[in-house]
Design a protein around this ligand. Structure first.
Ligand code: ATP
Ligand code: MG
Length: 395
């Protein structure tokens, strides 16, 4: 009997001929997160990867925490791999899942038979194993709707698998399967969530942060570093570019119309972010905008902002309400950091009456007052670069 981790794929099960490529990416992520547990042997079959951890005494709670951050997995479980006959499965119940059954009051048996040549069909497997469990643990009651423990017996091509309970996976697509994007990260609630959403779809996410020292503090920068480190837990690393934006902001304040200053500032951010993206072979930008949330996120303002770049800007939160965004921020543990009260450069020198319907023509006219090309080149070429790793992997 071998203890294994059964990894069930999400959408990549549907990938046809490209599936080996997606599987390889998923396994690469698993190797990274399971390296601290001594690695694993594995085989893949029928939309599932079966892993055997090299360290048989690995702390399963820690393994669970690690696997639950790997994108591309719908569901995973710790299962016992057994010979493919019903008596072997029965004989293993007490030793393998006895603790869970003793602690429960109610249970249910699920059977899945992907090997249709197996002599018992699924209802018969449920009857046999359910009856056996009741004879071993007479205190238990069967409950089909809300059981304390779900026992699953899977009859697969090579072996039978027995387990008590499943874990929800992170979903999405394997890291590295969908290109690379550059997240504009502010230190607020929205942008880390936007980065997570794109990372979940398989995109490698790098980040750029604009800061305006001394108008924004060193603490605001530290906050963004902490957020990027949290995001790196999903992908193994996050590269952060930090751009000094002070001179550009002062020029906008001094020489551009106040009511257009926010959209002009955001266009400048987009142009610098585009330079960074192109220099790093990154093909899109990512922002945390949500339609109508603030004056700079009206349709007209976003249209003006987007016109400043020639690469796509992905806005995964565009249709989300703040409450939905906060719920994800809590889930991915960025919320508490995001609400620390440090200024963002977008909130210094904010106009009293920002124009909610700016036109590109008037913005282009106003931008003539400042030599943006020179200032942006200077900000780009002096940008600071950091490669951030998960806290658990830093020495
Ligand atoms: P967030 O909660 O992400 O700060 P927000 O609701 O405060 O968003 P804005 O301040 O208008 O909205 O910013 C909109 C988007 O612009 C942010 O989600 C982020 O992608 C980007 N952004 C804002 N400030 C910065 C910054 N200092 N550096 C990099 N990107 C920024
Ligand atoms: Mg903000």
């Amino acid at each position: 009997m071998r203890k294994s981790v059964l990894i069930k794929y999400g959408e990549l099960a549907l990938k046809g001929l490209n599936r080996p490529h997606f599987e390889a990416l998923l396994l690469r992520s698993l190797k990274r997160v399971l390296a601290p547990f001594g690695g694993f042997d594995y085989y893949t079959a029928q939309s599932t990867a079966v892993l055997h951890l090299k360290d048989e005494n690995a702390d399963l709670e820690a393994v669970k925490a690690a696997v639950s951050k790997v994108f591309g997995i719908v569901n995973f479980s710790f299962a016992y791999e057994l010979p493919k006959d019903i008596d072997s499965v029965k004989a293993a119940v007490e030793e393998t899942i006895g603790d869970e059954l003793r602690a429960a009051k109610t249970f249910k048996v699920n059977a899945k038979r992907s090997d249709k040549a197996f002599p018992l069909n699924s209802p018969r497997i449920c009857d046999e194993i359910g009856g056996h469990i009741l004879s071993l643990y007479p205190h238990l009651k069967a409950d089909m709707f809300d059981p304390d423990v779900v026992v699953t017996v899977e009859i697969r091509d090579q072996s039978a698998f027995l387990r008590a309970g499943d874990n929800k996976g992170a979903g999405g697509m394997p890291t590295g399967s969908n290109g690379k994007g550059l997240l504009l990260i502010s230190g607020g609630i929205d942008s880390p969530v936007a980065g997570y959403m794109m990372a979940k779809r398989g995109m490698y996410v790098d980040a750029v942060h604009f800061f305006s020292y001394p108008y924004t503090s060193e603490m605001a920068k530290e906050k963004v570093i902490t957020l990027c480190r949290k995001l790196s837990e999903y992908e193994g690393r996050t590269c952060l570019n930090i751009v000094n934006f002070t001179e550009i902001q002062e020029n906008i304040r001094d020489f551009c119309p106040e009511e257009l200053s926010t959209v002009i500032l955001r266009r400048s951010m987009m142009r610098i972010a585009t330079k960074i993206a192109k220099a790093n072979n990154i093909s899109c930008l990512i922002s945390g905008e949500s339609l109508g949330q603030v004056a700079s996120q009206t349709l007209a303002a976003m249209t003006c902002t987007e016109a400043a770049t020639d690469i796509p800007i992905f806005k995964p939160l565009i249709g989300f309400d703040k409450t939905d965004i906060v719920a994800i921020a809590r889930k991915i543990d960025t919320f508490e950091t995001s609400i620390l009260p440090y200024e963002d450069c977008c909130t210094v020198f904010t106009p009293r009456h920002p124009k909610t319907r700016p036109t590109e023509a008037e913005v282009l006219e106003a931008e003539k007052n400042v030599d943006f090309a020179a200032l942006e080149e200077k900000a780009f070429s002096s940008c600071e670069f950091m490669r951030l790793m998960p806290e658990s992997e830093t020495v």
